[in-house]
Each structure stands twice: as C-alpha cells, then as structure tokens.
Design a protein around this ligand. Sequence first.
Ligand code: NCD
Ligand code: ZN
Length: 349
Amino acid sequence: MQTLTLIQPDDWHLHLRDGAAMKAVVNDSARQFARAIVMPNLNPPVTTVAEAEAYRTRILAALDPALSFEPLMTLYLTDNTPSVEIVRAAASPSVHAVKLYPAGATTHSDRGVTDIRKTHEALEAMQQQGLPLLVHGEATGDAVDIFDREKVFIERTLEPLMRDFPELRIVFEHITTSDAVDFVLSQDPGRLVATITPHHLLINRNALFKGGLNPHHYCLPVVKREEHRQALLAAATNKPGRFFAGTDSAPHPRHAKESTCGCAGIYSARSAVELYATAFEQAGDFTHFETFLSTAGAAFYRLPVNTATITLVREDWVMPERLPFGEGEELVPFRAGETLRWKLQGANA
Ligand code: NCD
Ligand code: ZN
C-alpha cells in the first residue's frame, strides 16, 4: 500500500466561526492539523487582544478532548486600530498576526480598512514589534473586474506598502494568480510569503459554471483561469519555503450558499490534507509536500515545528454529500459526493 508519512501539518488560514457552527467544524481541523491561524472575521470582528483571547477559550472548549489543537489567534485591522493594541498583541502568547481586509472585499469585511493610509500607525507598530500582517489581497470597487482584483491589489496596495514598511513581515493570503506567484518570488523571503488553498490548486473558474451555476465553488478570491491554477501548483510543489498551506476553509450554511445571492466560502477543512495530497499527486512530485504543509509556515511565524506525524494512505473514499453544521443547519463540503484518492489514517471514519 502506498503511504505518505509527514510531520503533522498546520493550517495557516482558517475560518472557524463561533457557537454551534464552530463546534460542528473545529474537530475536522483538529483531526489533521496541530495548529491553525484563526481568522478574526466574526460578526462583529475580533479587534482586540481581549476578544481574541476569549474567542480562543471558546475554541478550546469546543474541541474533542482526545485531540490536541492550538488555535493561533489574529486581530482584525480597522481604520482605528490603535498602536497600543498592536503592542498588546505582540506581547500576548495567543495572538500571532493581524489581518487586513480591504473594506467590502469579502464576508464580514465591512469594518475593514477603507484606506491603507489610515492604518499607518498600526502598521508602524507591527513593523517594530515583528508582528506579521496577513493580507486579503483584492482591490475593491466596481471599477475593478473581479478576476483582476488580485493583480490590481499588488500594484495599488501591496507594492507601495512594502516600500513604505520595509521591515514589515507579510503573508499574502490565499493567492490565486501567476501575478501573485511572480510577485512573491520577486521579494525577500523573510518579508513576503503566501498561503495557497487546496481548492485553488484543484479547480479553475470552469468549475463555477460546469453544468450550471455551482455556488459551492464560489469563494473569494474567486477561482481563476487554468493557467493560474498551473502557476499555483508549480509554486506549491517547486518553491519550498515561499508558499505554504492555508486552507481558507470558510463554512457557510447550505441555504446561504444555495441562495439568490450566495455567500463566498468553500468548506475544505473536512479533508484538507487529503486534498493537498491529491494536488501534489497531480503535479507528480511529493518532494516538498512536507515543507509546504508542515515546516515552511512554522518557520515564517517563528514557531517550533510539530513533533507528531500523520500518515496518509492511498485509498479511495467518498466525501459525504452533507455534514451537520449546528442548530439544524447543513454544510456542503468541497468535493461532496466525490471519490477522494488519499485518506488520512484514522480520520473521516
Ligand atoms: C471567507 C469567509 O467566508 O469568511 N470567504 C471566502 O470566500 N474565502 C472570507 C475570506 O477569507 O475572504
Ligand atoms: Zn479567509
């Protein structure tokens, strides 16, 4: 039997939600990952260290006691984040980064940043404290074509930001284009890295429209052309250290996805490691699989590498069509009803 054994991975970009929904999904992540960077876009968002610590406590309380999982908390950057909160965040062992959502870019981003210049005091403090900035890299506004938002963000915001804050450490989250790959590779690795989701490695924009409109393939940043998917796959498999796993698993109830105005977000956490294995298998090269999943992210975040290992076996299994999502809600996982080629030993039982 074909197997893959690797250091237990971490998920460097995860949406866990809160309350019953969080309880329904958190153990899917904890079965595979040792740690996860938990995104702060609750409603209202997590903007202070005190809120992040309280959220962390709720996550730990929802965990299956048989699993060990460390939530790495983040703060949501607003136009008004004071530098004193940044100093507090840097001193807190629970908070590991600050997330920049351009206002209006995605789910619960209405309290996001309206103009990057308004955040200069906070960014200055982050630069000083060595606290990473995580960016949702999409330009907003109706004048920008949705498929060009990432490229325009690089030109208008990211490049100038890196010039203005030469010591600021940045994660370009869930990149979707060859433009982003090229930009990351053009920068100093200590300053800029990127996360890549399993779905952006596995589907292109045809998946949104195959046989009709597919709301379960709608996420932000939206999936792009095949040539971009190929560039992401090449980056993930061939450029160790610059790109690492961040699922951007973002669960929404089925009715909110299958609606006249369906929410953005793909639930990939049920099988994230298996999905990444499928992508690397497609590229025909597992050489840097462990670096991508288990060591590169920890190095950037200056955290120790995990000590446990996981094993994947080459075995077909079928992803459930639906999963419970708390309070009578349902969740449709990525690849629902489809056969997956890799199985995490002991998981998805
Ligand atoms: C995320 C969500 O639903 O919280 N949605 C998504 O499509 N990725 C928000 C985000 O990270 O953009
Ligand atoms: Zn996200």
